[in-house]
Design a protein around this ligand. Sequence first.
Ligand code: ADE
Length: 245
Amino acid sequence: MKITILTLFPEMVEPFFSSSIMKRAVERKIIEYEIVNFRSYSSGAYNKVDDLPYGGGAGMVLMPEPLEKAILDKRSSKSRIIFPSPSGRLFTQEIASELSREEDLLFICGHYEGMDQRIIDHYVDDEFSIGDYVLTSGESASVVIIDALFRLIDGVISRDSLEDESFKSSLLEYDQYTRPERYCNSSVPSVLLSGNHALICSWRDDNRIAKTMRSRPDMLSEASLSLRMRRKLIKIIEEFGIEDL
Ligand code: ADE
């Protein structure tokens, strides 16, 4: 997959591509990336990229010309152009999975009060919000979106790691423990030391359901639970009552 990022602050994005799992994916040529400072597409003595909003109001707006030149120079016939913005539709795991199958993604990082609407209307395929809050810039939102999608590309991380993941089955992941067995006056649940895989699986399922009910009850209404998991859910509700979870 090719990922291109149009930004005014390359230094905000570069470390992500040269660290950890992404670094490995780049080295293994699963991902190719290009970070482009679109200020280099502006003209005039000061390389201006923003201007006052028509109609008045606070802040500055990104001008269309430098962005358009950068897009036309860097997009390919396969590019899907993404603009992270608080006005977009909510980015989800399902969208991450869909984007992970694309060949070429181009991200435009907004700044200041936003960018000229004509760029969005003419060039942007998807406007995504990563949540109901406002960030100072699109760089961090782009990195969040790229992080969520690139790990789903075949060969980036192991299949096993993706198997039990939160959101995939509309349940949060079970609690994890490692050594030492006793820490801060509390012990690892004994079932995890039992070596009995059936019991461990059953404990993990219970734990996922209880955790989801506690932290994200909204997810349960949309969960496509197997009959076995539905039975567990009913049992847990009967045993503890919703308020006690
Ligand atoms: N840019 C600023 N805030 C954002 C958000 N919540 N999601 C995506 N892009 C953004």
